[in-house]
Design a protein around this ligand. Sequence first.
Ligand code: SAM
Length: 274
Amino acid sequence: MSKTHLGHTARKRFGQNFLHDEYVIDKIVSAINPQNRENLVEIGPGLGALTDPVCERVNQLTVVELDRDLAKRLRHHPFHGDKLTIIEQDALTLDFSSVLANSSQPDEPLRVFGNLPYNISTPLMFHLFDFTGDIKDMHFMLQKEVVTRLAAGPGSKAYGRLSVMAQYYCQVMPVLNVPPGAFKPPPKVDSAVVRLVPHATPPVAVKSVTTLERVCAQAFNQRRKTIRNSLKDCLDENEIVALGLDPTARAEVLSLADFAAIANAVTEKDWPAE
Ligand code: SAM
């Protein structure tokens, strides 16, 4: 299978798998449903598979592209160049609050979308969670396995730190499964599109989100262990029982509300830094 698409040779280090299936592209753009006067931001526009049809519907789009050659192509785009604000940067370090503040409509929260580079998809999700207050919604193409993890509930194998944190910040809705053949070159894994809508009010009250993240990381890093063991340096057995939880349970059966209760109890205590 050729790695060259529209005259550009795909770069593996930038996770470049370009969409070419018109049916899939149409489904994604319909799911996003972009409108004029919205603050639309695309991560990884690449060769424009989503950029072009979105620009056909709206007058303005901000794109974030790390590959210098692709950013240059976009600057010289024959039809849509004038509509694009091009940020040539790593999305992982981009301050999305500044993108909103510097936009022509800073009161209109961002609508972020993209066919993401799979090699950075999980850290990018966590980076974006820091900006959910500035974001109206997100539509992303990801590995199907990551979408399954984002949407998973307690008791499922896919349930983990990413599920708990994603569901703390957002409502998670899988939209569409996409086979490898929809891309050039085809990735080795199945893909899926997900819609993430930040909650106006978090579904559970958490005193410190940093502690929630730390508790989840610690519990799921040792997911085969009971929480009495995996969390022993922050809560003892009696404290776990006092929360109404079973100390012999494993992380994978705890709900977001359970993790919030644990995090709030830990926040009250002095838990030494890692
Ligand atoms: N949107 C195009 C499409 O659907 O065909 C390209 C998708 S391709 C999977 C991922 C895109 O993200 C590429 O254009 C790649 O250069 C860009 N990219 C990779 N890492 C990036 C990063 N850290 N920040 C911003 N863009 C990145």
